[in-house]
Design a protein around this ligand. Structure first.
Ligand code: PMP
Length: 297
């Protein structure tokens, strides 16, 4: 992720990643009390480096901090500028950008009264790879929204994602699917889910999921392309009747599923609405024009 020359942004300054220091006696390290974002920069068709949906990511970043009472004293403009500067200082064009807000020394369980920020970046290919995913239903549920602010992209929450991913890997699958506390389909460890049935797409509504920026982009693209879409709760049984399924997220982009718990889907991903959206998404981030082929999926 970094080497001796890597530069990051740290509390308003640009510093060498290998030399930056943080205190070890803090709530972020000990209790997972920190907030992060995951953003991507792309080299557009015109050859410019552009951070995709930067404003939306930093709006969510701020809200994530507010939801768990971490002071947020930054504004989008300065942070977006810092992101571009980090890319430039590291000679990066296409990169994954990771802002993190964390807290100064304090071992109590009281809300923080101050915070620090860092922004780093590294080159990262499609997080879940390019191959269709063999997914397993996790034995872990997504966290109960009455036990946590689940719309906050909080560091500690990601232990749930690590447990689910590790379980899937140990059982020989590529990725996990997590249900919510009521047994409805929620999301993946680091991605939102959509499925196709009878020419229409479905995705869970907000409530038990991270409101993904990619999810919002997919919904936007559906409106633009005239693809019918419904946000509704659905069960695992309904998902198993789907014709096709995909995950979406900033790191993963759009990636189709091969199977769920060993059961494949009736439509090849290459002929699905997910494939159309995968191409449309790629065009959107690269600021390319996208025309859907005349064929109605
Ligand atoms: N759900 C979870 C649990 C995630 O970690 C992510 C990745 N941030 C997503 C969904 C997708 O969100 P986004 O499209 O904003 O990356």
């Amino acid at each position: 992720y970094y080497n001796e020359n890597t530069i990051l942004y740290f509390d308003g300054e640009y510093a060498k990643a290998a030399e930056a220091k943080i205190d070890l006696y803090g709530q972020s390290l000990h209790y997972g009390y920190a907030v992060f974002e995951g953003i991507r920069a792309y080299k557009t068709e015109k050859g410019e480096v552009k951070i995709f949906k930067a404003e939306e990511h930093f709006d969510r970043f701020k809200r994530s901090c507010e939801l768990i009472h971490i002071p947020y004293k930054y504004n989008n403009e300065e942070l977006i500028k810092a992101c571009y500067k980090v890319l430039e200082l590291n000679n990066m064009e296409e990169a994954y950008i990771r802002p993190l807000v964390f807290c100064p020394p304090n071992m109590t369980l009281k809300a923080a009264s101050e915070s620090h920020i860092l922004i780093c970046a590294w080159e990262w290919g499609a997080y879940l790879g390019e191959k269709l995913l063999r997914v397993m239903t996790s034995s872990y549920q997504r966290p109960n929204p009455k036990a946590f602010q689940i719309e906050s992209k909080s560091a500690g929450l990601y232990i749930n994602s690590i447990l689910a991913s590790q379980e899937a890997k140990e059982k020989g699958y590529d990725e996990a699917l997590l249900l919510d506390m009521n047994g409805n389909v929620a999301e993946g460890p680091g991605a939102n889910i959509f499925f196709e049935k009878n020419g229409k797409l479905y995705t869970p509504p907000r409530g038990h999921i991270l409101p993904g920026i990619t999810r919002a982009t997919v919904i936007e693209l559906c409106h633009e392309l005239g693809i019918p879409l419904e946000e509704k709760l659905f069960t695992l049984d309904e998902l198993k009747q789907a014709e096709s399924v995909f995950y979406c997220g900033t790191a993963a982009e759009i990636i189709g599923w091969d199977s769920l718990d060993g059961q494949t889907f009736s439509k090849p991903f290459s002929e699905s609405l997910g494939k159309v959206l995968q191409q449309a998404y790629k065009a959107r981030v690269l600021e390319k024009e996208f025309k859907r082929e005349a064929k109605v999926a």
